[in-house]
Design a binder for this molecule. Structure first.
Ligand SMILES: *Cc1c(COP(=O)(O)O)cnc(C)c1O
Length: 424
């Protein structure tokens, strides 16, 4: 690198070259996936005849909003689903998943999560955490059960089979991404196995929390038989352009039930002014395969560099990936803090902010975060979170473009170097 605007240590730059060289095979695989997914998305735009008029604004009820209808069709096709609802008015991924769960489950029915304890924010929705009386599934008489993961972090298919044989399960719930744990994420093929197992013993709905998984492989859980999937637009499928929102996709009649919960029974997806968000959501979806590829390259490079620095990366740089999350075990709180501070310096927004560990509501340990994003809280943009507890691992995700995110990663290491927390 001839120019060195960020004054990155020469030895670190040498190591970076070495780290990058080790990524070649992975990058080729990522490019192949991107190319297939990008073609799929372009084809969906063309097959659904998306027009300039679809990019316009509706207000009020938003009846007959053609852009909204086009977006739902395009997203469904990209996700291998019969239908979808893609809306800026979903406040977050959690809200979107909540709408789907309440849309599909009825009092007296049973939900079985097969991937161990679900993501933090879903627990109060189910009613396994938090106060009673707030309107959780539990408050509405929906029973929750889960099967634990095996010691190697895999779905315990025997335990699932036993449950399906002995209990009347209405929904089998799968979390594809590892979230902020060290378990492996699930491939769409593994999800397909769980679908097949479910079909053998019951007519349960298979729902997948698809957060962080979209476009990481060339197929989605819906292509492998999942009935319904949901996710956030400030992660993968928003391509870094959607300003907010979420999506639900799957079987037509199930998407319709979710739409009745989203608006009102009898109204469903026929209303909802888009207020000018359609262009962002369409453009974001269009960019999503490429941006997910950039985020994956960022993760692979980060793993490669930190492995060379002597740390444990999960997944390893050359391991298969089914989501965009990368964790690095840094061993002590000082390194965690330095990592986040360095990464923040490599952000386009708020690069001058110094992250501090804080007592985040709902967490048992202090948490430190690095985020300098165009969209607040967006985790398809380069970002990192770390709870200050053993094994002092940082979870990194995103990167709108690899070239920029690479500098962020180098600055995270530079910060540790500067503080004498690593040596080269
Ligand atoms: C991000 C995420 C959610 C929730 O999304 P929010 O937008 O943070 O509410 C749910 N499940 C998983 C696995 C996630 O990664």
């Amino acid at each position: 690198m001839a120019e060195n605007y960020f004054n990155i240590d020469e030895k670190l730059l040498e190591l970076s070259e070495k780290a990058l060289n080790r990524c070649k095979e992975e990058f080729i695989k990522i490019d192949k996936t991107t190319e297939i997914n990008q073609q799929k998305v372009l084809y969906a735009f063309s097959a659904n005849r998306v027009s300039e008029a679809d990019l316009s604004i509706t207000t009020g009820y938003g009846y007959g909003d053609r852009g909204r209808e086009a977006l739902d069709k395009v997203a469904a096709m990209c996700l291998g689903a019969e239908d979808s609802i893609v809306r800026h008015s979903f406040a977050s991924g959690t809200h979107t998943l909540t709408v789907a769960l309440f849309g599909l489950l009825r009092p007296g029915e049973k939900m079985l999560c097969v991937t161990g304890t679900p993501y933090d924010t879903i627990r109060p929705v189910i009613g396994i955490k938090g106060k009673e009386g707030r309107g959780s599934l539990k408050d509405f008489g929906i029973t929750y059960m889960q099967t634990e993961l095996t010691d190697s972090g895999r779905v315990d298919l025997d335990a699932v089979e036993k449950m399906l044989k002995t209990e009347k399960i209405k929904m089998v719930y799968i979390q594809r991404s590892r979230g902020y744990t060290l378990r492996p994420s699930l491939s769409v093929e593994e999800i397909g196995e769980i679908v097949a197992l479910t079909r053998n013993f019951s007519d349960a709905i298979v729902m997948v929390d698809n957060c962080y998984g979209e476009f990481v492989q060339t197929k989605e859980p819906t292509d492998f038989g999942a009935d319904i999937i949901a996710g956030s637009l400030i992660k993968n499928p928003g391509g870094g352009i959607a300003k907010c929102g979420g999506y639900i996709a799957g079987k037509k009649e199930l998407v319709e039930l979710c739409a009745y919960r989203m608006t009102a029974p009898g109204i469903g997806k026929e209303v909802g002014a888009t207020l000018g968000h359609t262009r962002d959501m369409l453009m974001g979806l269009f960019h999503a395969p490429h941006v997910v590829g950039e985020a994956l390259k960022t993760a692979v490079f980060c793993a490669s560099l930190y492995e060379l620095l002597g740390f444990d990366a999960s997944p390893a740089h050359n391991e298969e990936r089914y989501d965009i999350i990368q964790s690095i075990s840094l061993g002590n709180p000082e390194r965690l803090i330095a990592f986040c501070r360095g990464l923040q310096k490599g952000s386009p927004i708020d690069s001058f902010v110094v992250p501090e560990p804080w007592d985040m509501p709902g967490y048992d340990n202090k948490v430190i975060m690095a985020a300098g994003a165009f969209t607040s809280g967006s985790s398809i943009e380069l970002s990192a979170d770390a709870p200050l507890r053993e094994p002092f691992a940082v979870w990194l995700q995103g990167g709108l473009n690899f070239h920029s995110a690479k500098i962020g990663i180098l600055l995270s290491a530079q910060e540790m170097l500067k503080e004498g927390l690593i040596s080269l």
